[in-house]
Design a protein around this ligand. Structure first.
Ligand SMILES: Nc1ncnc2c1ncn2[C@@H]1O[C@H](COP(=O)(O)OP(=O)(O)O)[C@@H](O)[C@H]1O
Ligand SMILES: [Mg+2]
Length: 228
């Protein structure tokens, strides 16, 4: 099985070398848990390694998204140059639907050799459906289409709570090859960020809950350290 190095510090070790290539991974977590930052760094590291990336933002505008990421990752100094060279694309579809998202991804693959895609977030798409049945079917069709394309996809999913105990498994989980859960855990009067690889089809992986930090130089996952 081919793997791709995410380039996120610690994550490739947890994945025995990297993500299985061309799979679809959910990044699941409550608001502020770090999903967007995580997805963005995955694309940034890929673009530096010659795997171009497309960030499809369905929430913020592309400009706001880039601005936020530059503030968060102030030491990732190649954001502008990678964007200028079209190795890192940030786009927002006019309509919040998966058909248009799929078209943008196909365009990115054919015009800019995109190999990594982040869709942020599934929750925005879900809100545009009245019933969950129709959403489930559309999501299923969307990922079936993506399966035929040469790209590895991360999709963020907003959990209603950052607490670990309250995670419930949603429709999205059934159609994804992998699930990475991000948490913000209360520990006394502090909050600690933690991550677990909950599922990853096609590879063995760490099952530990490990602490991580969002730093200006990128996400740092402290593999081998305990949360409590
Ligand atoms: N430079 C930074 N250093 C540490 N934490 C940061 C920095 N910039 C942003 N953050 C944290 O990252 C969080 C935002 O993460 P984000 O990726 O937008 O989360 P999500 O997409 O899950 O809502 C904020 O809650 C903030 O606490
Ligand atoms: Mg976000």
């Amino acid at each position: 099985m081919e793997r791709i190095k995410t380039g996120i510090s610690g994550l490739d070790d947890m994945l025995q070398g990297g993500l299985p290539k061309n799979k679809h991974v959910a990044l699941y977590g409550g608001p502020g848990c770090g999903k967007s930052s995580f997805g963005f760094e995955f694309l940034y590291r890929g673009a530096l390694q010659g795997e171009n990336g497309m960030y499809v933002t369905l929430e913020e505008t592309a400009e706001d998204m880039v601005e936020n990421m530059k503030n968060t990752f102030s030491q990732l100094t190649d954001i502008d140059s990678l964007m200028k060279a079209k190795k890192l694309l940030v786009v927002k579809p006019d309509k919040l639907n998966l058909e248009e998202t799929a078209e943008m991804i196909e365009g990115g693959i054919s015009d800019h050799k995109v190999k990594r895609v982040v869709i942020d977030s599934a929750t925005m798409v879900r809100l545009s459906f009245e019933g969950s049945l129709e959403y489930r079917q559309t999501l299923f069709e969307f990922f079936s289409l993506l399966r035929g394309l040469d790209c590895t996809v991360m999709m963020t999913i907003e959990a209603s709570s950052p607490r670990k105990e309250q995670v419930v498994f949603d429709i999205e989980h059934f159609v994804m090859d992998g699930i990475i859960n991000l948490y913000s855990l209360e520990q006394g009067d502090r909050r600690i960020r933690a991550l677990e690889i909950f599922k990853m089809r096609g590879t063995d992986h760490s099952r530990e809950l490990v602490p991580f930090k969002v730093t200006p130089a990128g996400i740092k996952i402290y593999v081998g350290e305990k949360v409590f």
